[in-house]
Ligand binder design. Structure first.
Ligand SMILES: [Zn+2]
Length: 213
């Protein structure tokens, strides 16, 4: 088979996902209210203002699946939008009626949903502490990965997570690599997510190699 070299135009380069696309998406990024371009918006009522003068300088990684271990259906949406049917599954009895949210959810196939604008406080961390500071919801952004502690996360999720993280770090400069933590790290003994199946090394390498910095 003979392969004919093709000229790569800038437009083609964008489609191919080369550096041109990175420049393009960098301009897109995060809007003034903290909505991420490229995320499907599902506005949740579960948010409130961050305390005055509070910077956003922590990123918290979680996992969630509803019911646990199930990766189909829209139950996570239902939970974050306060419409989870308590009768639909025995597990839901425990959590229906909770008022919780995360800023972002990345589903198994890499689809990205945003429930709360970054400038607002989402309710994902609960009782928590990072670097001696309590109430991490005040100063953090929370990202949920659809999954469990023990099941390997999907390729598409790592790719999307890296992309989101790069945009977030570009906009919120206080979020440095050292200020990205798992929920288990900020709520030890109470929370275990994102769990041992989450590949921190891979994740950290994926953001370190970013052309944005
Ligand atoms: Zn969590």
């Amino acid at each position: 088979m003979i392969i004919t070299p093709k000229r790569t135009t800038p437009a083609a380069a964008q489609r191919l996902g080369t550096g041109h696309q990175q420049c393009h998406t960098r301009e897109a990024g995060v809007d003034i209210e903290g909505w991420l371009t490229g995320a499907e918006r599902r506005p949740s009522p579960n948010h409130d203002p961050r305390p005055p003068g509070t910077g956003i300088d922590l990123l918290v990684i979680h996992n969630i699946s509803l019911p646990p271990g199930n990766f189909s259906g829209d139950w996570i949406d239902d939970l974050f939008l306060n419409r989870l049917d308590a009768g639909a599954h025995p597990y839901f009895h425990h959590i229906a009626g909770q008022r919780v949210s995360a800023h972002l959810l990345i589903r198994r196939d890499g689809r990205l949903f945003q429930y709360v604008a970054f400038e607002r406080r989402a309710w994902h961390a609960g009782a928590s502490r990072f670097a001696g500071r309590d109430r991490c919801n005040d100063f953090s952004i929370g990202i949920e990965l659809e999954g469990t502690d023990d099941a390997p996360f999907a390729e598409a999720q790592y790719e999307r997570l890296a992309e989101c993280t790069i945009h977030i770090m570009h906009r919120y400069r206080g979020i440095t690599e050292e200020r990205i933590a798992g929920h288990s790290e900020i709520a030890p003994g109470r929370k275990t997510d994102p769990g041992p199946a989450f590949d921190w090394l891979r994740y950290r390498e994926s953001i370190r190699g970013s052309a944005l910095f």
